[in-house]
Design a protein around this ligand. Sequence first.
Ligand code: DON
Length: 307
Amino acid sequence: MRTPIPDYLTDLLDDLRDDHSGAVADYIPALGAADPELFAIALTTVDGRTYAVGDCDAEFSIQSMSKPFAYAAAIADRGERTVLDHVGVEPSGEAFNELSLEADTHRPKNPMINAGAITAHHLLVGPDATKDDRSARAVEFFSSLAGRPLTIDQQVLESELGAADRNLALAHMLRSYGVLRGDPHDIVAGYTAQCSISVTVRDIAMMTATLAAGGVHPATGERIVPRAIARQTLAVMAAAGMYDAAGSWFAEVGIPAKNGVSGGLLGALPGQVGIGSLSPRLDSHGSSVRGIRAFRRLSADMGLHLM
Ligand code: DON
């Protein structure tokens, strides 16, 4: 018997499976070893129904898809005013690993680029938090969104820490401007642990659906964050989640989204659904090639464009 949504999603993956363009990220050695053929998509509606197809139980590191969730946690922990004092909400129009500071305040332009995400991570818990406090907070918060205990992939973490020169440089610059307080090495280590949390597309769809549901967990009905935090997070994703492709993405696909170098892509439609996909080959903006095509199709076929 055919069932409309799962069959639609299976057909979607089958249609795109032969696209082998792009390349797996290799600046983090452990990511270069990913199976490039993995392909999965999951949708979770705000009332808690999940549809998942393909390699939907494959685990991969969350990478930059952690950024919106850590931003939400930073606001929950420190308040919106403190977070805005440290990191802006403007699109940078530049690649994810550029410094992209505001000329007058020296704040990173937004929390979706690395400089802004390192800054948001360092605000977690409180001013006196240690590296372990902050990474534990990320694990605990992401687990509450996913509805299951998540863990850090130590192999990815170690591999990424061995190749963290660029993020260390960003953190040192941020400290020189007084944006970061504390040891840049500790802060980058905690941020890298946050990026190394293992997830599946099912987790990503559930976590994202919690934001789409205004901060209420779709499966348990528990309020995880206040509605205002979910709205702020989705707004920043819409403006800057796709880095230097944010404008063309929003014009074409119309879904607030966030990509990650492990090949994940997440999208949230407020009041409707959270979407997660995985396919490790990336384009020049660091986004999954087949993931982008899947989202384009979903947006067009299901009328998901917000405008
Ligand atoms: O900081 C980094 O470079 C990685 N942990 C995350 C970068 C990332 O996922 C960029 N997004 N496409």
